[in-house]
Design a protein around this ligand. Structure first.
Ligand SMILES: Cc1ncc(COP(=O)(O)O)c(C=O)c1O
Length: 378
């Protein structure tokens, strides 16, 4: 296919195409819920918690209102409070840091590994202090971070690991377990565009720790143990029946969809290999990456121009994420300066996410790759 062909319209993510596949099942499930009118925690939430725990290989899964809730409840349940420090990355969605801010603890932001865009573990050891209570690695873009080294460092220092697996549903870790199950707790987001996405807001926390699970279940519903008895102050962080029903339907297709995402990423990588100025993401092989985001790097300060050229060709793109946490206005009080996390800053200036969703066709990938090549060679 060449660019003289008809202009295509290819969104970054096509939720409508995903819905077409499961429409009848979703409608039947919603009908059943509306007939019964059990709308908050009910049979679907209970079943989904079990199904998600079984899929991930964790003892417990606690359905919550969002990925931010998942992180926030895990942090709270671990007793992290003002005066404490939590080490994480700056190259992530802002919510990772936000959940730390809510607890009153201080985020300590470290740089990323330029090859994987995940936390540079070598930097973590230097930043551990007596105040460090947790480390939050982020499996960015769906690539499971190598955790073995971090887990042993954290164990030596008696620091909890909370995995931000909000982008990594089904990705497999270097430990052989699934993302979200290696630390004390794992946080998942089911935001609509995610590999496992609800039709509204939803999230889940995974853990093998019975006590922590009880505590997070309590925090999810206003701190109550039984209805209207509140030993602690909690949150309204419940998963609702409608979202749980949708997630149960979509979970059955998650592995198949992740496999298709891997095929698409491989296709992009092959088509874009050697294009001047373009760096394609490393494919770690196996089930290590679930490609929530497929992002290339465009060197030479040409990223924004490439984005415009693709928009003109009808191609949806995004920048995940243009401003790292340490340079956000809301985080200025932390005192970071530009230049302090050089890899993060360089990558943030160069990344561009291309269309990625399971229903994307081979022809569409070819069309996008041709458009990138045409830009790079002009
Ligand atoms: C890495 C990361 N952390 C946390 C979150 C927060 O999840 P939610 O939007 O469901 O609150 C997201 C969601 O986009 C995310 O990508």
């Amino acid at each position: 296919m060449t660019l003289t062909h008809t202009k295509m319209q290819i969104p970054l993510v096509d939720l409508r195409a995903g819905y077409e596949v499961i429409k009848d099942e979703v409608r039947a499930a919603l009908d059943e819920i509306f007939e019964g009118m059990q709308l908050t925690i009910g049979p679907n939430v209970r079943a989904f918690d079990q199904e998600w725990a079984a899929y991930c290989g964790s003892k417990h899964a606690i359905g919550v209102g969002s990925g931010t809730d998942a992180l926030q409840l895990a942090i709270r349940a671990l007793g992290i409070a003002p005066g404490d420090e939590v080490i994480t990355v700056s190259f992530t969605f802002f919510a990772t840091a936000e959940a730390i801010f809510y607890s009153g603890a201080r985020p300590i932001l470290v740089d990323i590994d330029e090859r994987t865009f995940n936390m540079d573990v070598a930097q973590v050891a230097d930043r551990i202090t007596p105040r460090t209570k947790a480390i939050i690695p982020v499996h960015l873009y769906g690539r499971a971070m190598d955790l073995k080294q971090l887990l042993s460092l954290a164990a030596d220092q008696n620091v909890a690991v909370i995995e931000d697996a909000c982008q990594a549903h089904g990705a497999v870790l270097d430990t052989g377990k699934k993302a979200g199950t290696a630390g004390r707790a794992g946080a998942f987001s089911f935001y609509c565009s995610k590999n496992l996405g609800a039709y509204g807001e939803a999230g889940s926390i995974t853990t093998d720790d019975d006590e922590l699970a009880d505590s997070m279940r309590q925090l999810r519903e206003h701190g109550q143990v039984t209805r209207y008895y509140h030993p602690i102050v909690g949150y309204n962080a419940r998963l609702d029946e409608i979202q749980a029903a949708v997630l149960r339907i979509k979970l059955k297709r998650l592995d198949r969809n992740n496999q298709r995402r891997r095929e698409l990423a491989r296709m992009y990588n092959e088509l874009l290999a050697g294009v001047p100025g373009v760096t394609t993401p490393e494919d770690p092989g196996g089930d290590r990456h679930v490609w929530y985001v497929y992002a290339i790097r465009m060197a030479g300060g040409k990223r924004d121009a490439l984005r415009e050229a693709l928009t003109e060709r009808g191609i949806g793109t995004q920048i995940h994420y243009p401003i790292p946490v340490h340079l956000q206005d809301a985080a200025q009080f932390l005192g970071y300066r530009e230049g302090e996390l050089p890899v993060t800053e360089r990558v943030a200036n160069e990344v561009l996410s291309l269309p990625m969703y399971p229903e994307l066709t081979d022809d569409q990938v070819t069309y996008v790759a041709d458009a990138v090549k045409a830009f790079a060679r002009r």
